[in-house]
Structure formats: structure tokens, C-alpha cells
Design a protein around this ligand. Structure first.
Ligand SMILES: [Zn+2]
Length: 383
């Protein structure tokens, strides 16, 4: 029979079990690993900790503890809770909580993909322990508000995937020499003039500085209207998309000309690669349970085996799905887009041509796509 420990410690919302056990063990002068082994009945680091046993030791009733840490609940325990927008335990998505919010305590919590800014304390939150201040970064704060609006408009998971793809595309452009003027400005605010030297910038500042462009790109990739334009086969749609892209994301982007300036012989424009991969996935979708398609929030109904825990097999130390900028840069330099990695698609050059739908169209299409004529088309606003 387990008895409550003498010192009670309140859990933070979505705190990881490892983080909570450390904070609980410290003031009670016991070894966190031994506490975990006692609760889980196993020496394995990732052994699931039963909610009831944790509640008994922590001296907290099961229900409030389950609301605070639903990631440790079994499917049966979750069915009694009414949860919305709570992060699933996903490899690589355990973030240190904003330090002022956690009153300086070392708290690690499961994060949603938009949990990257603490508005109250104006800090950038990521997997890293450094949390750069955003008081002088209105563009990043504004981008975060836009990000949340996108989620309300298009749904959480479509925007998560759109942002993931957008980050990859934007990093590819940067490596290929397509500059984002705002990025340099924001990096200078973070790191001061001369930030571009080796070792002068930190990955978390890099991530924060790229964020506004990624959100602007995600807006296009998440919108059904703009997806139809870029994924369709009409040149007029492509032109409309490109005009919007240049207006809102990358002023220097040139559709069609850009792949010729690739920095490696086998490197195409990452947006074209994305288009090709996405169109292929429309024809050959991934299986429904593929990790690429899983939601980022806890879905009680979708949880499979009774007795399994929402985060039973995931510890916050494992996995690197949420990558820092430097890692993503390395990954991009090493191979194709994330999407191709996930589905193991063969490498293909962008070589599609739109179908000829009418007499005389090819010439007009070619004329339309001469550089300089791209912007001349009517720029309709998104309905
Ligand atoms: Zn905070």
C-alpha cells in the first residue's frame, strides 16, 4: 500500500512524467529513478507510471492529476475526462516550460506545435533551455498571433503539417541563396551586428528568426484555396500563387527560373519538390495510422488498446522530431525534403508540364512564364 510522500508538489499542466518525478523526489530527498521504479514496478526508464499509484504517492486525487498530466492516462482513464487541445506525448516535443512561468523550477512539458511563444513573458520557447526574449521582436509576436488564427481557421493538424513543410521549404530557400530580408533584421536584434560569423548564433534564435516567414508560407500551404492553385495544373493558378508568394513570403522568389540557380546539381526548388511529393501522395496516400498523419493532440476515441498509455512509450529525452534550425539545415543539406524521408519516395527531378488544354495555349503559357510577366497577372485576394 503506497502512502503520500511528506512534501506535496503540484504538477504543471502537461508536465512530463520524468520532469514531475524529479521535482517530486527532490524535496522528499529520494532518488527519482528509484521512485519511478517503485511506481512502475520496473527498472526500465520508459516504463509507464500508473496514474493511481502516482496519485497515491503525490497525495493528489486521481482526477485533478489526470487533468494535469493526461499523457500518462490509459484509454479507459481518458474516456472519463473532457480534454481539448492537449498535446500528445510525441518524441522530440517535450519543451522546458517558460522559466518565469515555472518560477525558475526546471519543468519540462509536452508541447503543441504552436507553443513556441510565452506571451506573458515575451519569450521564445523551444526544445532548448535558452529562451530568447521577444520584447524587441514585434514581427515574431505578430507571426504567432497569425499562426493561432490559422489554426482556428483551418484546424490544428493541417496547420501543423503546413508549418512543418513551410519550415523545410524556407530553410531550403535560404541555403539556396534566396534571402528573407526580415530574417537578417531579426537575427541582428537577437545577436547584434556581425551575427553571421561561425558560432555567433544560437539555434533557438535562428528558429525564432525564421518563424515569421515560415508562418507566412504555412498560410499558403494550409489554405485550400492556395493549395488548389499550386497543386493544380493551370498556369494561371501557378501565377496567382507565385504573385501571392512574392507579396507575402519571399519577395525575391521566381517561379520556373529558380531551379536553375540550385546550389547542388541534384537540388531543385524545395517548393517544387513539395508540390511533386504532395501530388504524389494524393494519388498514393499513406496508411491512416502512419506517423506522418497522426494528430498532435490526445484523441481519447482514437486510442487503441485498453491499458495503453497516451505517452507510455515516449520519454521526453528520446527522438528529435522537433528539430532546431541547425539540425534541419543539416538534414536538408543531406537529402530531400522531410516528406520524402517519411514516405521514402524515390528522388525525382521536377519535370512535370501542365496539360495542353486548348489550341495555341503553349505559346501564351510560355510568354506568361517569362520572368517579369509573372507579376502582371491580376492578383486576386483570397476569398
Ligand atoms: Zn512565461
Amino acid at each position: 500500500m503506497l502512502r503520500p510522500l511528506p512534501r506535496m508538489v503540484a504538477p504543471f499542466r502537461d508536465e512530463t512524467i520524468t520532469s514531475y518525478l524529479h521535482r517530486l523526489a527532490g524535496p522528499n530527498h529520494i532518488d527519482p529513478a528509484a521512485l519511478r521504479a517503485l511506481l512502475a514496478g520496473s527498472d526500465r526508464k520508459d516504463a509507464p507510471v500508473p496514474l493511481g499509484r502516482l496519485a497515491a504517492v503525490a497525495g493528489i486525487p486521481c482526477r485533478p492529476l489526470a487533468y494535469a498530466m493526461p499523457q500518462i492516462c490509459t484509454a479507459g482513464e481518458l474516456s472519463a475526462l473532457h480534454l481539448r487541445h492537449r498535446p500528445r506525448a510525441r518524441p522530440g516535443w517535450a519543451f522546458p516550460a517558460c522559466r518565469p512561468c515555472a518560477a525558475g523550477q526546471p519543468v519540462t512539458r509536452w508541447a503543441l506545435h504552436d507553443d513556441v511563444v510565452c506571451y506573458r513573458h515575451r519569450r521564445w520557447i523551444s526544445k532548448d533551455h535558452e529562451q530568447p526574449g521577444l520584447t524587441r521582436q514585434p514581427e515574431i509576436l505578430h507571426a504567432h498571433r497569425r499562426h493561432r488564427r490559422l489554426i482556428r481557421r483551418h484546424g490544428r493538424d493541417p496547420v501543423m503539417r503546413a508549418l512543418r513543410d513551410a519550415q523545410h521549404i524556407c530553410i531550403g530557400w535560404r541555403l539556396n541563396g534566396l534571402r528573407d530580408p526580415g530574417f537578417d533584421r531579426r537575427m541582428e536584434i537577437f545577436c547584434g551586428p556581425g551575427w553571421d560569423g561561425p558560432g555567433e548564433w544560437a539555434p533557438q534564435a535562428y528558429d525564432a528568426a525564421t518563424y515569421p516567414q515560415s508562418v507566412a508560407m504555412a498560410r499558403l500551404l494550409a489554405s485550400p484555396y492556395w493549395r488548389e492553385r499550386i497543386l493544380g495544373t493551370s498556369w494561371a493558378g501557378h501565377d496567382e500563387f507565385t504573385a501571392e508568394l512574392r507579396r507575402t513570403v519571399a519577395p525575391g522568389y521566381t517561379w520556373g527560373n529558380y531551379p536553375r540557380t540550385r546550389w547542388r546539381r541534384d537540388r531543385d526548388d524545395p517548393l517544387l519538390e513539395w508540390r511533386l511529393d504532395t501530388r504524389r501522395l494524393q494519388l498514393e496516400p499513406l496508411p491512416p495510422g502512419h506517423a506522418w498523419n497522426l494528430p498532435e493532440t490526445i484523441q481519447p476515441a482514437a486510442l487503441a488498446a485498453p491499458g495503453s498509455q497516451a505517452g507510455a512509450t515516449v520519454t521526453e529525452d528520446e527522438g528529435q522530431d522537433q528539430q532546431t534550425g541547425r539540425r534541419r539545415v543539416k538534414q536538408y543539406a543531406a537529402g530531400g525534403p522531410l516528406l520524402r524521408q517519411a514516405v521514402r519516395l524515390p528522388r525525382t527531378r521536377f519535370n512535370e508540364k501542365p496539360p495542353r488544354s486548348g489550341r495555341g495555349e503553349p505559346d501564351s503559357v510560355r510568354q506568361q512564364h517569362r520572368p517579369g510577366l509573372i507579376e502582371s497577372g491580376p492578383a486576386r485576394s483570397e476569398p
